[in-house]
Design a protein around this ligand. Structure first.
Ligand SMILES: [Fe+2]
Length: 257
């Protein structure tokens, strides 16, 4: 019996000691940090993203997901293009199937759709707006426009600086989710405007109608990973990647209409 009195506490002590040793083992295990190569592998390619069969295809991004750093994080661009944009496109293709709008261009769809049809309005707008937004950005871009557009900006806003201040203010003041635009109105004049949600100036309910030539997405999904609540920083960064060459082409096409 005496032996048992000694043996039981001894076993308990050994068990505690083993448990402490196990804990020590767990504490000293090192978790290797992902290498730069592994991190790069987490980012996919826009070429691999395909919309479901339907009237509208995804517009090609034209650059890789990491091409706009440091203005826009690769993770933001990948999520935006391969998730949000893809969803709008698939939903549009589904909603338009079998309707009189099915074989029209996206510009015609936007002009004709019923603003009370929320599914068509949100998804047709989401498809068009993002398709333009991707093209309005490019790596190693920014600066100022040249040629016809530069002259028109001076004529209609007084200076490029005035235009920049106005556009940034419009984008900052858009309450909640929406878009900021530079458009050519029906008289051929440049105007800065904004719209809520996925609306745009081509829709018949637009307060300031016209042809968009520059689009800025101010939904939180466009910048929250990078800038959190600091929308102004995102807008400033957007100006460092504006593809003015493409915006000039959009302007020339809009005034020829
Ligand atoms: Fe977006």
């Amino acid at each position: 019996m005496k032996k048992l009195y000694i043996l039981i506490p001894l076993l308990a002590f050994c068990s505690i000691l083993q448990s402490c040793n196990d804990k020590k083992l767990i504490e000293v295990v090192e978790v290797p940090l992902p290498t730069v190569t592994e991190q790069k592998m987490l980012i996919g390619s826009p070429e691999d993203v395909k919309a479901n069969e339907g009237s509208f295809l995804l517009d090609k991004l034209g650059y890789t997901y990491n091409a706009l750093t440091p203005a826009i994080l690769p993770e933001t661009l990948e999520m935006h293009y391969s998730k949000h944009y893809l969803t709008y496109t698939n939903n549009l293709n589904k909603a338009i199937l079998g309707t009189p709008l099915e074989n029209l261009t996206i510009e015609e769809v936007l002009a004709k759709l019923d603003p009370n049809d929320a599914i068509m309005r949100n998804n047709a707008g989401g498809f068009y707006n993002h398709s333009l937004y991707w093209k309005c950005m490019a790596p190693k871009a920014g600066g100022e426009p040249k040629s016809n557009l530069a002259e028109a900006i001076i004529k209609d806003f007084g200076s490029f600086g005035n235009f920049t201040t106005l556009f940034k203010s419009e984008a900052n003041q858009q309450f909640g989710s929406g878009w900021a635009w530079l458009i050519v109105d029906r008289y051929g004049k440049l105007q800065v405007t904004s719209t809520a949600n996925q609306d745009n100036p081509l829709m018949r309910n637009a307060l300031v109608p016209g042809t968009p030539i520059l689009a800025l997405d101010v939904w939180e999904h466009a910048y929250y990973l990078d800038y959190q609540y600091r929308r102004g920083n995102y807008i400033d960064a957007f100006f460092t990647v504006i593809n003015w060459k493409k915006v000039e082409e959009n302007y020339d096409a809009a005034i020829r209409k």
